[in-house]
Design a protein around this ligand. Structure first.
Ligand code: HEM
Length: 135
């Protein structure tokens, strides 16, 4: 189980990196789009990080459910799953905004993107506290 947990934590670290970096990259990619009238290198890098981290998220979920076998009826675990679902929705929405930018349809302001960027940090904080305290 400790090897599975090791893998889980590593995959989570990778996915969280994507969750924190991609919304920030989106701000740069949008500025780049406004300047060039098309997507450029900032968009390409952001999109690659997004795709790579999405793969890590899947392994994180598989290892997470493996570890979850003894906790399936625990209250803290249900709250964790709800918060993880919120983080996943946040990530999927980030991907939708990347797609909108490529299609020249992204209408979001930089202020919105900056606030959106912080949401994943708050969710990650709550999830990590939850697994450690198991209230
Ligand atoms: C579907 C997704 C996930 C499931 C089912 C899941 C489930 C679990 C379970 C059951 C454990 C073992 C707890 C223990 O033995 O004490 C664990 C450990 C852990 N999880 Fe997840 N997890 C998921 C996603 C996440 C996410 C998104 C994060 C961070 C934001 C995260 C952070 C951690 C950490 C830091 C530990 C190690 C806690 C420790 O033992 O010290 N997990 N996870």
């Amino acid at each position: 189980m400790l090897w599975v947990k090791t893998l889980h934590i590593l995959m989570i670290a990778g996915w969280l990196t994507g969750s924190f970096v991609v919304p920030r990259g989106l701000i740069f990619a949008k500025r780049e789009y406004d300047e060039l009238g098309r997507t450029g290198q900032a968009f390409d890098l952001t999109y690659r990080v997004y795709r790579f981290s999405a793969g890590l998220a899947i392994i994180a979920a598989i290892t997470g459910f493996w570890l979850a076998i003894p906790y399936l009826s625990d209250g803290w675990f249900h709250i964790k799953l709800t918060l993880v679902a919120a983080l996943a929705i946040h990530y999927i929405y980030t991907g939708l905004m990347l797609r909108q930018l490529r299609l020249a349809q992204l209408q979001k302001s930089e202020r919105f993107l900056r606030i959106f960027n912080e949401v994943s940090v708050l969710l990650a904080f709550a999830i990590i506290a939850l697994v450690l305290f198991k209230p």
